[in-house]
Design a protein around this ligand. Structure first.
Ligand code: ATP
Length: 245
């Protein structure tokens, strides 16, 4: 179980009143069952990516806890249990790495024996729908959809229990986006990996997720199952969801 308990997060404002802080997240609490998929939506600046970084253990909350089975996600013991796919796939892959090198990088941290690594890269390429002839290509030789598939292969390489997708399909054109969403559905069914899917794209969230959580100005406005979007309570959620129901 992934548990976010009473999380606050603020940043120091830039400028000469350096003591002033910008409160980005306020009293965020929610839980996600193993293998579930939660969509996080909300307007720009509402704190979605900050929440994603806290889930990944990349940043510390000012107050509250982010726990995976009772262990803080920032703790060494949680390493490898949560991975991430970001929007900026171009800069997520080292431009001097081949596709093979990029996929091998996270595998060095795992217990996969050296002689098995080549087979594992082939298996991962197959899972994300790329031919194994792609292993020798460099990032600049890939389309956006292909590069994002390589990022997904990297994210699933360590067999994490959770993957945080932060605007990961937004930059792709509609048909490639659909292919990637399909792929994520298949991977989830096959491996039981849980997803946190941060997006502006409500349609994509409803396509992939079990629940949608609406964040507004650093607070949770509402969380509801995708099957009950028509029953949103808050005016803000109703307005946001109008386009998909
Ligand atoms: N490292 C940081 N230092 C200072 N302020 C930050 C930092 N990261 C985020 N912020 C501020 O926190 C607020 C929330 O940012 P965040 O990126 O979490 O929002 P978001 O909902 O993901 O927005 P978007 O949808 O545009 O990506 C913004 O006002 C942003 O400027």
């Amino acid at each position: 179980m992934l548990v976010v308990d009473s999380v606050d997060k603020s940043y120091r404002r830039q400028g000469w009143l350096m003591k002033e802080r910008h409160q980005v997240l306020r009293g965020i609490s929610f839980e996600c069952k193993e293998g579930s998929c939660l969509g996080i939506i909300g307007e720009s600046g509402s704190g979605k990516s900050t929440l994603g970084r806290l889930l990944l253990g990349l940043e510390k909350a000012d107050r509250g806890m982010v726990l995976l089975d009772g262990v803080p996600t920032a703790d060494r013991r949680s390493r490898g249990s949560i991975s991430a796919v970001f929007q900026d796939y171009a800069s997520s892959i080292n431009p001097f790495f081949t596709v093979e090198d990029a996929i091998l990088e996270p595998l060095w941290m795992t217990k996969v024996p050296r002689h098995e690594l080549r087979r594992k890269v082939d298996e991962l390429l197959l899972q994300v729908g790329l031919p194994n002839s792609y292993r020798a290509k460099f990032p600049h030789e890939l389309s956006g959809g292909e590069a994002q598939r390589v990022c997904i292969a990297r994210a699933i390489a360590t067999e994490p229990r959770w993957i945080v997708f932060d605007e990961a399909v937004n930059a792709l054109d509609a048909s490639v986006q659909l292919q990637v969403l399909e792929l994520l559905k298949v991977l989830r069914n096959e491996h039981g990996t849980g997803y946190i899917f941060i997006t502006h794209d409500i349609q994509a969230a409803t396509y992939l997720c079990d629940d949608v959580m609406i964040v507004r100005a650093g607070r949770i406005e509402e969380r509801l199952p995708v099957s009950r979007l028509a029953h949103a309570q808050s005016e803000y959620a109703k307005k946001l969801l109008r386009m998909v129901i």
